[in-house]
Ligand binder design. Structure first.
Ligand code: ADP
Ligand code: MG
Length: 307
């Protein structure tokens, strides 16, 4: 199998408009995404995620660089590279007068899918829009519109499915439904690329993650390696409401939680838990209960995107 995506030296400068100066949204991105993965593209607002995705989708023209999709160079084989990818955009853009069924048929037409190879009914079923198949799109709820966008991204059975903030502002039922579908499509062999603001979601769903900030990839690792990257563990002690912070070994940082518990964060590469606990006890602070916390993706993200 080829790599799903190969990006090298990718740059995008949006031209100046009116009072807004030119903007370097992507500043030389190199990124390879292996076929079969669920890949998370994370980054703060304005980092360049949608720009990158819209370039992959052929919706935004790159300023410089090379993009290959499923082995097809976008500039050399535009048709094949476009056929390999389906994109569910961040924005709800749809024709209000088309029904879901008509939207899917039009989309299939745009991608040159012959009538005999269309799977409109299955797609409607997959995203739970069978009952609304013939209603005007403008009468659909926001969640239904998102589901229709997912179905539209799939009409041509792409190798790669890209989801840009698919769960932003959607309710929990829809989220679960979406992730169930995404997992199933991935199990059937589809490569998934997604952006999300919900880091917990990315932690659970993605096997690999790239974090971008200010138009540059700051890290790209397996989710597991990324999580083990921060050298910080936390012991949370119930001290029965005791008092000022005890003196601790160098490198350990105490903090009183809103619930009154004492949280001590320390680098496990340099300190052991018993050194922390001994120091607390030596200060005469009782330890009624202890919990240990591992860093999560949120911690890693904050550390890597701090300016
Ligand atoms: P993200 O999806 O990570 O939030 P975007 O790719 O949407 O980031 O935006 C990256 C940067 O490019 C931002 O500073 C944004 O304001 C700017 N930008 C995005 N789209 C346009 C556009 N069409 N014209 C000018 N600037 C844009
Ligand atoms: Mg975006």
């Amino acid at each position: 199998m080829p790599d799903a995506i190969q990006i090298s030296g990718l740059r995008k400068t949006y031209a100046a408009q009116g009072n807004a100066p030119a903007k370097d949204a992507l500043k030389g991105v190199d990124l390879t995404i292996r076929a079969g993965s669920i890949f998370g593209l994370l980054g703060p607002n304005g980092a360049g995620k949608s720009t990158m995705i819209n370039i992959l989708a052929g919706l935004v023209n790159k300023t410089a660089g090379k993009v290959s999709i499923w082995g097809f160079d976008q500039d050399v084989n535009p048709r094949q590279s476009r056929a390999a990818i389906g994109v569910m955009p961040q924005e709800l853009n749809m024709d209000p007068f088309f029904s879901p069924r008509a939207s899917l048929e039009v989309q299939a037409g745009l991608y040159g899918v012959p009538k005999s190879e269309r799977w409109t009914d299955e797609l409607l079923e997959l995203v739970g829009l069978t009952a609304q198949a013939n209603s005007y799109a403008r009468s659909l709820s926001g969640g239904m519109k998102r589901r229709l966008l997912l179905a539209k991204a799939l009409v041509h059975r792409p190798h790669i499915l890209v989801l840009d903030e698919p769960t932003a502002g959607v309710d929990i039922t829809l989220r679960e439904m979406l992730w169930k579908n995404v997992r199933r499509l991935n199990e059937q062999g589809m490569t998934i690329i997604l952006t999300t603001h919900y880091l917990e979601e990315a932690e659970q769903m993605c096997d690999e993650i790239a974090i971008i900030n200010h138009g540059q990839v700051v890290v790209r690792q397996s989710t597991q390696d990324l999580l083990s990257r921060t050298d910080g563990k936390t012991l949370v002690l119930d001290t029965g409401g005791a008092v000022p912070h005890p003196p601790l070994p160098a490198g350990a940082r105490p903090e009183t939680r809103p619930d009154g518990r004492l949280a001590i964060t320390y680098p496990p590469s340099r300190l052991r838990a018993d050194q922390i606990l001994d120091a607390v006890r030596a200060a005469g602070v009782p330890i009624l209960d202890v919990a240990a916390e591992q860093p999560d993706l949120e911690d890693v993200f904050v550390e890597l995107t701090r300016d």
